[in-house]
Design a protein around this ligand. Structure first.
Ligand SMILES: Cc1ncc(COP(=O)(O)O)c(C=O)c1O
Length: 364
């Protein structure tokens, strides 16, 4: 069996001990909070990991693309939520999948509801609600929320599944208190709307919330039925900075090698650029860009260890110290979901032993 010093780079390394720990802890959190866990698989796009999540008792899966829905449906996952506003020009594909498995769709406009009704198919539909992120979803306090819910409730073909939101603005918080406030806003705005709708005679079967940061800090999910975090399977630098995890929980790293380092240069070039790490960046305390944190140099070197990937082009990455050509670095990505989507497979390790390779299903 190979070690990390023997595999071709760039490679995406999955630390299975850490994944198992992350999955177990979020399952325990969901159980302690009294809600079902429907993990978002857009982070990992991997059947083997979804099976681990199923073994831990998840209620179903959340997907972001029709390709994820198709692949996971074909591999025995029969309860899916496509948590993305329906792409109307692909409604036929969604209906095809919905005939094979239980597929929940998401709508937040009259135009979408009309198209779903016009299809004549019995479809299960969540109403997407904006809990403060202001990306998509109806205003929970506005008239459209009531109108859409009423139409869903009255529909002879569509089945109203309930209210669904995602607190993406949690990623903009700077303190734990701010993050906790967003988590409570995510819960309370939906519960308030559910109560209003129920008060006017509309049945709201389910309330679904969830992002990794909010689900990592929330202490009360009264009125909520399920959570849908995704990133928690791997975490990343951004989550560590937000306080969702520690850097030691980061379960995927990019393994890259030094391909160039000029004699007078204070930087080295590695074979992991934007198409391995993505262009998501954090700032150092000094205000410099950080596209990835260097966790380890292989083999260990007496030279000053680089700390970060400081700039990127498509396939080149620049690290902030000089290293011997051929040396390897292990990098914690800023945003693991985007880094994973750059690769075709995980190199699965326990410790530094490679034990398997798992496919990443990354079509759209
Ligand atoms: C609708 C929806 N639900 C759940 C999630 C999972 O959130 P996170 O990636 O913070 O775990 C996302 C992520 O973008 C999302 O868009």
């Amino acid at each position: 069996m190979k070690t990390l010093e023997e595999i071709p780079t760039p490679a995406l390394i999955l630390d299975l001990d850490r994944v198992e720990g992350n999955l177990r802890r979020m399952s325990e959190r969901a159980a302690a909070l009294g809600v079902a866990l429907r993990p978002h698989i857009k982070t990992h796009k991997c059947l083997e990991i979804a099976r681990l999540q199923r073994d831990l008792g998840c209620s179903g899966l959340t997907v972001s693309t029709l390709e994820e829905a198709r692949v996971f449906a074909e591999h025995g996952f029969d309860d899916l939520t496509w948590a993305f506003p329906v792409i109307l020009n692909r409604l036929d594909e969604a209906i095809h999948i919905a005939h094979e498995v239980d597929l929940g769709l998401v709508a937040d406009s009259i135009a979408t509801l009309e198209a779903l009704e016009a299809s004549g198919h019995a479809l299960r539909v969540w109403m997407k609600v904006d809990c403060g992120y202001h990306r998509a979803g109806v205003d929970p306090d506005g008239p459209l929320a009531h109108e859409l819910a009423q139409r869903l409730d009255a529909s002879s073909t569509l089945r109203f599944n309930g209210l669904l939101t995602h607190a993406g603005h949690a990623y903009k918080t700077r303190t734990r208190a701010e993050l906790s406030a967003v988590a409570e806003q995510e819960r309370s705005s939906l519960v308030r709307l559910a109560e209003r709708l129920r008060g006017s005679g509309i049945e709201v079967p389910s309330v679904s919330v969830g992002s990794t940061p909010t689900m990592s800090v929330v202490t009360d999910l009264t009125g909520v039925d399920e959570m849908r975090p995704g990133n928690y399977v791997f975490y990343d630098q951004m989550q560590a900075e937000l306080g969702s995890c520690s850097i030691d929980d980061c379960a995927v790293t990019v393994l890259a090698s030094v391909v160039s380092c000029q004699p007078e240069a204070s930087h080295s070039v590695i074979d992991a650029g934007a198409l391995a790490l993505s262009k998501d960046a954090l700032s150092t305390t000094g205000g410099d860009a950080n596209f990835g944190k260097i966790l380890e140099v292989l083999p260990p070197t007496p030279q000053p260890k680089p700390t970060r990937v400081s700039s990127l082009s498509q396939e080149h990455g620049i690290v902030d110290s000089s290293l011997a050509v051929g040396a390897r670095v292990r990098i914690a990505p800023v945003h693991s979901c985007l880094a994973v989507a750059c690769f075709d497979e995980y190199v699965v390790v326990r410790g530094d032993r490679v034990i398997d390779r798992w496919k990443i299903w990354r079509g759209r």
